[in-house]
Design a protein around this ligand. Structure first.
Ligand SMILES: [Zn+2]
Length: 166
């Protein structure tokens, strides 16, 4: 999947989360989550630039998602005492950090899983999973997912803002 398609999948995943965070009164946190997810949407594709790492190998696995989640959780535990950002009640910033990092990578993997090359979710176990819906370079799918994502995210923001108590 290309960049545009990945951003589309990321926005589709963000839509319900953004709606939830905005409608429960956490706009700053919602913006932070959306910014992070979009900024890191292409993170697993660093394997194109790291010599010796096969494309869609280790960085396209649940293990990598867990590692990124752990890094986020660690960063959140450092930031938490210094910077107070309003976070939904009951969820610690550390837990949220983990889910944010993990979810960002998983959204990318789902975007790649619809192409015939598939994703090696359980790396280093060699099996790959693929839905074979479209090739990675499909203009229709890349643009289609992007437009759907923009629409879903815009709708989530509009619904949350309109429904918010003043
Ligand atoms: Zn990829």
């Amino acid at each position: 999947m290309y960049k545009r398609g990945h951003f589309g999948v990321a926005m589709l995943a963000l839509a319900p989360i953004t709606f939830w965070l905005l409608s429960t009164g956490f706009p700053v946190f919602g913006a932070l989550v959306a910014g992070t997810v979009l900024y890191l949407a292409m993170l697993p594709d660093v394997d194109h630039r790291v010599p010796g790492v096969p494309h869609r190998g280790p960085t396209h696995s649940l293990l990598f998602a867990a590692v990124v989640g752990a890094v986020f959780a660690g960063a959140a535990s450092l930031v938490e005492p210094v910077l107070s950002i309003a976070v939904p009640g009951g969820v610690s910033m550390v837990a949220f950090g983990f889910l944010l990092g993990f979810g960002t990578v998983v959204a990318h993997l789902l975007g790649d899983a619809i192409t015939p090359m598939g994703v090696n979710f359980l790396w280093p176990h060699p099996r790959t999973w693929s839905l074979s819906l479209t090739t990675a370079d499909s203009t229709i799918w890349n643009w289609g997912l992007f437009v759907l994502g923009v629409f879903a995210l815009a709708a989530a923001v509009a619904l949350a803002v309109r429904g918010a108590p003043i």
